[in-house]
Design a protein around this ligand. Sequence first.
Ligand SMILES: Nc1ncnc2c1ncn2[C@@H]1O[C@H](COP(=O)(O)OP(=O)(O)O)[C@@H](O)[C@H]1O
Ligand SMILES: [Mg+2]
Length: 306
Amino acid sequence: MSRIYDALQRADIERQAAQGKDAAENAEPYFVSGSEDLPPIEAGVNLENTVLHSWKPSLVSLPTLGDRGEGIEQFRGLRSQIYQFRDQNPLKTILVSSGMPAEGKTFVAANLAVSLARNRNNTVLLIDADLRRPALHAILGAPSAPGLAEYLAGAAEVSDILQRNENPRVVEAGIMHAIPDLAFIPSGAGGDNSSELVANHRIEELVAALSPHFDWILIDSPPVLAFADAIDLARAADAVLLVARGATTPFDVAQRAQAAFANSRILGFVLNAVKDAPRRTSYYYDYDKQEAGSGSPKRKDKRRQG
Ligand SMILES: Nc1ncnc2c1ncn2[C@@H]1O[C@H](COP(=O)(O)OP(=O)(O)O)[C@@H](O)[C@H]1O
Ligand SMILES: [Mg+2]
């Protein structure tokens, strides 16, 4: 099992602002479509209409469904830090993002959702807002459509896209694992219109309408350095949780990903898939001491390298 080090540190707001200025200047312009022609969002959402499906989640992709193991422990640590952030400032809707593909956004979003749902009777909604490369439905073993794309296009209602699981357990290798109650909105079929769809502000209205029904809402997103979608999506979230992949994510990619969310509250980085775990759970890039032109981040604590 690869490991997750919760590398959460509160971002330095001023530093973000300084870095974000450059990113904002270099960012691609994005198309903002009008939402006048779309049907209005329902004033009240009745979750009793949620469609039940028989999900078949993947234990390989969801180590947090197990009973023990490093994956569970790592996500418990991450969960604790998320609680601490909420204690400091109101926090419910978290966008999970990163600079590049395959850094573990979907893995972290799905496992953090399960970890939260298994604790304190939290009600959790997981939204697949990566309309370009949706993957959460495959991890959950759930239908991929209709979903967010159809909703944003005005072709589906909340009650059409919101799923719950009626299958309370998954059995693998003769061992039964309980599946926590989780609500899920799959991506649907966004296709080439993904940018326009997420820019039309209905995602903000959707999250606002669903927010009273959940303790936590996690939104999975496309890589922010490739598409503007995640920046649009961040407007619907209280905060952004960034993911970097150990031994894979170049420092400048992590730095630019952080800068791209200059207008958002950044919780910090999850350093994902790191081998040879340190004993300590706190690990983070030290941006302040990063030297110009250096290819890798300096670390606070040399013992944590590896
Ligand atoms: N910590 C991890 N341990 C094991 N596999 C991982 C881990 N993080 C990511 N993966 C795997 O790496 C691949 C890419 O991860 P994914 O979450 O889909 O990345 P992203 O959403 O950033 O594109 C997936 O096959 C995923 O299951
Ligand atoms: Mg993904």
